[in-house]
Structures are given as C-alpha cells and as structure tokens.
Design a protein around this ligand. Structure first.
Ligand code: ATP
Length: 435
C-alpha cells in the first residue's frame, strides 16, 4: 500500500485534502491523473449499466433531500455504528470491528458501546435550529426511490427496469482509513432494479453475476476477487439476501460493492411516510403491486483503489527496474505518449503534429525530456498503454514506432493508420492487447 500511496501523490493521482493546512482526516483530492482514471471508471459503469441496456435509465438527484426521507429510510433511527473509546489512550473504535474486549492499540479498558449516527447534519436557511436540519445524503439510493413514480410517468418503462445514479455520499465514519477505502466523503455508483415480487431471487442472482463479471472485464485478477454471501446475522431486517463483491487488498479481503435484495421495504416506507401511492400497475395482467428492489451498490474510490493495486507491478525493462501500472487500456488515464527521438532535426515539430492529430480522439501527452528509456519509464509508471516515437525515418516515410506497455513490443506503423490502430487496441481489455 505504501508504494501505491506514494505513487499516487508523486504522479498526481491522489492528494490529501487541504494538505497545506495539515490535511483533513480521510478526505482526498483526485489530481490530474486520478480524475482521468475516475472518469474512465464511472463512464465504463454508465456505458455498460445504463447506455448499453434497454431496461436501465439514469438519474442525478440532489445531495440534500427532505429530512423525512431519512426517517422513512430508517437512517435517522438506525444508521449507526457502535462506538467505544479507550479510557487510557483515548483512541476510538467500532465495537463490531474489535476481536478483543480491550484496546487494540494499548490494551487499555474500553468504554461501553454508544450508538453513533453516521449522517452529517447541516442547516438549511439562515436559522440554525432543529426545524432547519438537513442531512448530507449517506447513500444515493434514496434519491432513486423518491423519484420512482416520476421516472415511471416520464418514461415508457415496464417492470423489470432499473434506475442508475452516480454521485457523492457522506458518512461520518468512526474509523476511516486505508487510503481511499473508507473516507468520509465518497462517490457511489448505485442501481435500484425494480422487479415483480416472486421474480426477485432470479434477478438477484442475475445482478450478482453481472456485477462480479464487470470487475473481471476491466482486468481485476480473478483469484483476488470473490462473491461473499452475507450470513443471516449480517442482513438488514428488511433484506432477503445480500452478497458482497470483495477484493483481496494488501490489508485483506474487503468489500467493493454490495448486491442486496431489499424486498419492497423502501417503496413501502416512502408510500407510508409521504402518503403517495408508489405501487406499479401492470396493464397487461391488470395486477397492482409494490415492486421488489435489487440493489447493486458500489463505491468509486474502492474499485479505483482495487484497479490501482491490481495493476501495480515491478519488473525489468531493457536492463533497468521499472514500475508499471498494467491498467486496462480502457481505464488508463492517458492512452498514448508521443516522443520525438531528438530535440532537433524536425522531430519535435513532427511529434507535436501527431499529438495534435491524436488529441481530437484520445487523451494523449507529449514528452521530449530525457532519454527515450526514461520517457518510457515515466509513462509505464502511470499505465499509458502506448508510446509513439518519431525518429529519422519518420521524416522520410511517415512511419512511427509504437511500443506497447506490457509486452514492450515495438512495431512500425504509418502515421495515417495510428487513429484506427489505437482505437482498435484501446477498446479491448488488457489480455487482448497483449495477446
Ligand atoms: P462497510 O461495511 O465497508 O462500511 P457498507 O456495507 O456500509 O460498507 P454500503 O452501505 O453497502 O457499504 O455502500 C455501498 C458501497 O459504497 C460500498 O460497497 C463501498 O464501495 C462504498 N462505500 C461505503 N462507505 C464508504 C466509505 N466510507 N468510503 C468509501 N466508499 C464507501
């Protein structure tokens, strides 16, 4: 992990929030490469889960919602973690994460557990009283449930269908940590998939497989990925079943995404609290029912960290040690780097012209500093799949050398074929590029 965190800072993937003021606990800023990687992940999710499907639509609900939403959802009463303090060193822990009855840091005596609500509160309007309390949403899901009828009325969707959303969520975590894994402000990619009661188990199975395979598709190593079914003691009272997609991080197996069968709990609760009928009427069978909901709920930071950890590798290239991020080409922040072999003899001008041609289509960069080997290393370390070098022959026959990051194979290619070749090689997974 230390290698990943230092690479992230050094190369501009992730910085600590407000670092010049000493940082703010467990809040992180995505730098130029981090935001590019994050966008590629969220766009891949949106494309695969929404755009490419006829049974899914998108939504972008506000972060601040009516306070009654969180009463109906159960968050005001029940979104709590049991908090204990060490009487000696004053460190805080989540009681449910401790294996011993004493402080894991100093062995001191612990206080009784107190329930601590994880929702951040703020005030709406100029008066800071209880009547103006609003919450920063702890999940994006409720924005989908309260818009269920709006989406249904505005579209011609029929059950089964789903609504997907990507957005920020906030949790006042007691024990944040492990870099991006547990933060107080984070992004989620959530789907609420509405089905007919009785068909819920079939769809739950479908979404478990679909979501598990999505992580494989973008290159996570199969042996470090598992689907873990929740035991009955872990299930929320309304959930019929839940499974987590887990990844084996350097700090152990941990959740990337939860896929729950939430029964008809949410729509029923919101019907009751709002007084609005949130049932669904099937025109063909003349049946009316409250749909069951299957919820694949992923973070963005956790998958991003898993993609980075999984891609990180060290090997030897041309007799030198190198760090290489073997990121899936579709996720890589920069797709190709263009290098002039020399800083004279017309090479930079030609390389810049190629950069300008490619930048219309892909995220590319230009680099003329240092030896060609050093320039390859710099790009390997941030996962750039292709290096394109302009040399003496380029000026004679308009061909360039294209070097692939993982195999380090080099091929000669006419400049006018670059766009098509890169497009083909960048649209497939890592294994296919290397093969
Ligand atoms: P955990 O048990 O690890 O606290 P959770 O079961 O509370 O997670 P969910 O409520 O199921 O998490 O949230 C769905 C997803 O949102 C998680 O799988 C995770 O990817 C992401 N997520 C939740 N909390 C955080 C957090 N504090 N920091 C980063 N991502 C988070």
């Amino acid at each position: 992990m230390d290698k990943i965190t230092s690479l992230c800072k050094r190369r501009g993937f992730v910085f600590q929030s407000s670092e010049i003021y000493g940082g703010l606990g467990s809040c992180w800023d995505y730098g130029p490469l981090g935001i590019a990687l994050k966008k590629n992940i969220t766009e891949a999710w949106w494309r695969d889960m929404i755009t490419a499907r006829e049974d899914m639509v998108g939504l972008d609900a506000a972060i601040l919602m009516h306070p009654r939403v969180w009463e109906a959802s159960g968050h005001v009463a029940g979104f709590t973690d049991p908090l204990v303090d060490c009487k000696k060193c004053k460190h805080r822990f989540r009681a449910d994460q401790l294996t011993e009855p004493t402080c894991p840091d100093c062995g001191g005596e612990l206080t009784e557990a107190r329930n601590f609500n994880l929702m951040f509160k703020t005030f709406m309007g100029p008066v800071e009283d209880t009547a103006s309390v609003v919450y920063m949403r702890p999940e994006t899901a409720q924005g989908i449930f309260v818009n269920f009828q709006n989406v249904l009325n505005a579209s011609r969707l029929k059950i089964p269908f789903g609504i997907g959303q990507i957005g920020k969520s906030f949790r006042n975590e007691i024990t944040p940590g492990n870099f991006l894994f547990r933060t107080r402000e984070f992004e989620q990619m959530e789907i609420e998939f509405f089905v007919k009661p009785g068909e819920d188990e079939k769809w739950h199975q479908y979404w478990k497989e679909t979501r598990f395979n999505w992580y494989l598709k973008y290159g996570l190593t199969a042996s470090r990925l598992r689907l873990r079914e929740h035991g009955s003691d872990e299930l929320a009272h309304y959930a019929k079943g839940c499974a987590d997609v887990e990844y084996e991080f350097p700090f152990g197996w941990s959740e990337l995404e939860g896929i729950a069968n939430r029964s008809d709990f949410d729509l029923k609760q919101h019907s009751e609290f709002s007084g609005k009928d949130l049932s669904y009427f099937n025109e063909e069978t003349r049946e009316r029912f409250i749909p069951y909901v299957i919820e694949p709920s992923a973070g963005v930071g956790r998958p991003l960290l898993a993609f980075l950890v999984d891609a990180y590798d060290e090997d030897t290239a041309e007799g030198e040690e190198r760090v290489v991020l073997r990121l899936d080409p579709r996720l890589a922040p920069i797709k190709a780097a263009i290098f002039p072999l020399l800083r004279k003899a017309g090479h930079p001008e030609k390389a810049l012209a190629i950069r300008d041609m490619l930048k219309e289509h892909f995220a590319v960069t230009y680099d003329q500093a240092g030896s060609i080997g050093r320039r390859y290393r710099r790009q390997d370390e941030i996962g750039t799949p292709f290096g394109i070098t302009v040399d003496h022959d380029t000026l004679k026959d308009d061909t360039v050398t294209v070097r692939e990051r993982d195999s380090m194979q080099q091929i000669r290619m006419p400049v006018d074929r670059l766009i098509d070749e890169l497009r083909a090689r960048l649209s497939v997974g890592r294994a296919a590029v290397v093969a």
